[in-house]
Each structure stands twice: as structure tokens, then as C-alpha cells.
Design a protein around this ligand. Structure first.
Ligand code: SF4
Length: 385
């Protein structure tokens, strides 16, 4: 790298840290160098806002203060503490990674970026962030905030999602930390915070930005054009019917969603995609038939009692719930161990995967439910009060 470029990067690093020292937010995960804690915060912060994460982070660490406690927990307990954060796959992978760390003897936490990156659910960014924040290893980082900041600093006009853009941004991130002869944890925190608080997606606060004199997008008046607008997501509308099936004791039938399904491992009311079915009577007939295939009993479906609208990735879902009853008893089926259901990848029979149980309305409060399932449960609870 040319000496002048190295000096420019060093000046960027210095200005970012000076700004951070004065303006940073006081966040709980910034008060620790414990890699385990930093890892938990990084997992929770993926796709989730800081203010939402803080109470979850504190509750989670009270219950699982180290990797041993997390590894020895039941997955259900982990889900319970995660319920409401969404993207439950993260909780599942967190638990799997904790087990792997303990079993491989890398406790309290792996100490090198490459070893961290081998763990389930940890990508290049998370591994680099942990290695840098906890151990000051010289790792650049690229995430939502820094990628926008870097794109503007270097005037990168290509879409951020292009693989060539990502390569360029990672090179820039690594170049900054290489040019900085001091510990990198604070530098990376500073760059992330600047991206989040000053170099915002819309109306970046260039007037307050300590990097203005180094910013090519600013110099060329292109801060609104960079980064390039994302291609519009194609939204697909889905219509689902859920069954609220109660027994003679007033308990509700719930099933556990299995691997290969959305929200794997969480409990939910039986629900069926009826998007392609036009008439309501045909949809209810379909739902009753599907239920019968899985559980060997045909529900008597009553009237619609509530509905929930929610979105998952590119799907916009309308879930309409109907009360229903079953003739005769349906005995619960629970798996014996966490690995039992996870081991199914290509089931011969879908019904073999079904794990279901009956819960009172009060029980639903402590059950790990999908977020739309939680809305239905809350509705049931409020209806009863
Ligand atoms: S000058 Fe403006 S666009 Fe450039 S890094 Fe600072 S806030 Fe972002």
C-alpha cells in the first residue's frame, strides 16, 4: 500500500476513535472483553435493534452466564429466553455452538478468529467482531453500518450485495486495521458507531462527521446516491388457516415445528397454507383433511375467531384462526431427546415428525412459541380475562 494511502487510513482511524471517545453510546456489551458475552450480543444484534436487544441480553446472561451453562441447558429453555427476538435459528445455532465449544475443550471460548468462524451460525463478520472486540486481533469488520460508511468513504457505487463489492469493502476494512498500529477493538467499535449514528442510510450527518475530509462521496456530492438502492423485494402474500383445538379440560393442542420447517423447534398451533384455495369451505375441508392425515382424527371446525397479519422474509402472511374440536381423545406425543427430531431430514412420513401436546391457556405464557403463535396465545389469554 502506498505510504500516502496508509497515512490517510491512519488519519481515518484516529479521527473515528477521537469521535467515539466523546460520543459513544453506553451499551452493556461494550463494558466487557469477555468473548462469550460479546458473542451473545452479536448474535442477538443480527437483524434486531439495540434497544430491543438490551433486556434480552441481560436476561440471557443472568440465566446462562458462561458457555458451560448454555451448553448444558435444554434447547427449549434457550428458546424461551429468545422468544420475541425472532429468527430462532440464531438461538438454535448458539446452543449448538456452545455444545461444540465445551465438547472440543475450547472453553471458555475459542481465541482465534479462524477457530471462532468454524462454529455453527458464525460468519466472517461475527468471528472478526469477537476476535477484535475481545482479543484485539487485527480483523477488519463489515456489517450493515460499516459497509455503508466504507462505501461512501471510497465512493463505491455498486450494489452492496454484489460479491465484488463485498470483496472491495472487506479489503478496505482489513486495510484500515492494518494501517492502525494500536489495538483494533476500539477502532472497529468506533467505525460501527459512526456508521450507525452519523453516516445514516438517509440524510447522513456529514456536518458532524469527523471523516468528512476523507470521504469521497461527500467530496463529489454523492452521499444520497451511495450506497446504490437495493433492488425491491418481491413480496408474496400467503393465506393460512390455524386451528385452535381445545379439549374437554380447556387445554389447547399445539405442535412443535420440526427441522426443515420455518421456526424449527418452536411450538405453534396447527396451521396450514391455503393460499391456492379460493373458497373458504374448500380451504376448511382441506385443513380438516390435512389434520386427519397427521393425527388420525378429523376436527370439527367452527367459526373464525381471530386473525393475525405478520411478515417473514419476503412473505406477508394472513393467519386466520378457527376454533375446532376433536371427537375422542388425542394423546400427546413428545420426543424423548432433543436429537430425536433433529435427526430427521428426509422423513418417509411427515406424521412421524409430529410432536404435539395439550396446554392450558396459562401454560402458553411460558412456552417457546413462534411470534405469530405468541399473538394467538396472548389473544386467548386476554379473551379469558
Ligand atoms: S461525510 Fe457524510 S457520507 Fe461521508 S462518512 Fe461522513 S457522514 Fe458518511
Amino acid at each position: 500500500m502506498a505510504r500516502s494511502e496508509q497515512e490517510r487510513l491512519k488519519a481515518i482511524a484516529k479521527a473515528a476513535i477521537a469521535w467515539f471517545t466523546e460520543h459513544h453510546r453506553d451499551l452493556p456489551w461494550r463494558k466487557t472483553r469477555d468473548a462469550y458475552r460479546i458473542w451473545i450480543s452479536e448474535c442477538m444484534l443480527q437483524q434486531t435493534q439495540v434497544a430491543t436487544v438490551i433486556p434480552y441480553y441481560e436476561r440471557f446472561l443472568n440465566r446462562f452466564p458462561d458457555v458451560h451453562r448454555l451448553a448444558s441447558a435444554q434447547l427449549d429453555e434457550v428458546y424461551q429466553l429468545w422468544a420475541g427476538l425472532g429468527y430462532y435459528r440464531r438461538a438454535r445455532q448458539l446452543h449448538a455452538a456452545a455444545i461444540e465449544i465445551v465438547e472440543s475443550g475450547q472453553t471458555p471460548f475459542p481465541t482465534h478468529r479462524d477457530a471462532i468462524a468454524e462454529l455453527p451460525g458464525i460468519g466472517r463478520y461475527t468471528a472478526s467482531a469477537i476476535a477484535s472486540f475481545a482479543y484485539d486481533q487485527p480483523c477488519g469488520i463489515v456489517e450493515a453500518n460499516t459497509q455503508r460508511l466504507y462505501a461512501r468513504l471510497i465512493r463505491c457505487k455498486e450494489p452492496l450485495s454484489d460479491s465484488s463489492t463485498q470483496r472491495t469493502l472487506w479489503e478496505f476494512a482489513e486495510a484500515i486495521v492494518s494501517a492502525w498500529p494500536h489495538p483494533t477493538g476500539e477502532l472497529n467499535q468506533s467505525l460501527m458507531e459512526l456508521g450507525s449514528q452519523v453516516c445514516k442510510p438517509r440524510d447522513p450527518a456529514c456536518g458532524d462527521c469527523p471523516l468528512r475530509e476523507h470521504c469521497k462521496a461527500y467530496r463529489f456530492g454523492e452521499t444520497e446516491q451511495i450506497p446504490a438502492a437495493k433492488p425491491k423485494k418481491l413480496i408474496t402474500d400467503l393465506r393460512e388457516i390455524g386451528l385452535l383445538i381445545s379439549d374437554s379440560h380447556g387445554r389447547w393442542l399445539l405442535r412443535r415445528r420440526h427441522s426443515g420447517e420455518r421456526w424449527a423447534g418452536l411450538w405453534d398451533f396447527p396451521r396450514y397454507d391455503c393460499t391456492e384455495i379460493q373458497s373458504e369451505s374448500a380451504a376448511l375441508e382441506f385443513v380438516a383433511g390435512e389434520f386427519h392425515k397427521l393425527y388420525g382424527k378429523r376436527p370439527e371446525v367452527g367459526s373464525q375467531c381471530m386473525s393475525v397479519r405478520h411478515s417473514v422474509t419476503r412473505y406477508r402472511i394472513l393467519l386466520r384462526c378457527f376454533e375446532a374440536r376433536l371427537e375422542g381423545r388425542l394423546t400427546s406425543r413428545r420426543k424423548q431427546s432433543d436429537s430425536e427430531l433433529d435427526s430427521y431430514s428426509e422423513p418417509d412420513s411427515y406424521s412421524e415428525l409430529e410432536e404435539f401436546d395439550w396446554y392450558t391457556t396459562e401454560d402458553l405464557g411460558s412456552l417457546a412459541l413462534s411470534s405469530s403463535g405468541r399473538k394467538v396465545a396472548d389473544w386467548l389469554e386476554n379473551r379469558g380475562s
